[in-house]
Design a protein around this ligand. Sequence first.
Ligand SMILES: Nc1ncnc2c1ncn2[C@@H]1O[C@H](COP(=O)(O)OP(=O)(O)OP(=O)(O)O)[C@@H](O)[C@H]1O
Ligand SMILES: [Mg+2]
Length: 217
Amino acid sequence: MANASMEMPIESTLEVNESKLLAAGTRRKIYRHPETADKIIKVFWDDQIPAKRRAQRWDRWFKSVRRFDDNENDYRQYLRVKRRFGKAIGCIYAIYGYADTPFGRGLVAEHVRNADGTTSETLVSYVQEHGPSRILPSLDTLFEELAKFHVVAKDPHAENIVVRELDGGKLELVLIDGLGDNNVIPFATISKALNRKKLMRKKLSLRRRILRMGEGG
Ligand SMILES: Nc1ncnc2c1ncn2[C@@H]1O[C@H](COP(=O)(O)OP(=O)(O)OP(=O)(O)O)[C@@H](O)[C@H]1O
Ligand SMILES: [Mg+2]
């Protein structure tokens, strides 16, 4: 007879450690996946775990934990889009699900890389290095795609977008953070037309920022 413990699901923890740290944001650390170069894992800094933040903040009274959880917001928005359009879309990073790590639960997602295998850099560092002119047409494409696929993006700023260099040198912008709707009444989720309008406003301010960065500002 099978031993009861043998029938228990095996909970594996991904072997992530500081040597695999790829980048760090203000809320999440980004680690390389231990088994494949195609994936990364997003884990909260210890003091940024959503439940802890909620307990510390005055607005805990009327906001749910979920709305503080960047991983969950990104994941839900990704699944919503994928479900509606039946495929992963190139302008947002693909998200595969959750996994345990020694630093807590992490979000397993696509490692956005260039044709040569290197990690795609953020829009900020790209513009600082290469100037704004090559990137502007890709900015139009990104926001057009987001609008077309009704992706709700609360925070599409220059640190949350990376520049993927494709074979042949073509550039593609990918949103890697800030998905989801942060409004109590999610108007942008309800109305595709309103979402497009909001996205185009955000694109204009991002465009202005890129041009200012190009002038060294
Ligand atoms: N999927 C990815 N592929 C490649 N690089 C990534 C990816 N996700 C994140 N990065 C890198 O890690 C940095 C931080 O990631 P992210 O913006 O998700 O963290 P965060 O803490 O949620 O951000 P914020 O500081 O905006 O709160 C990004 O600016 C980017 O350089
Ligand atoms: Mg970010």
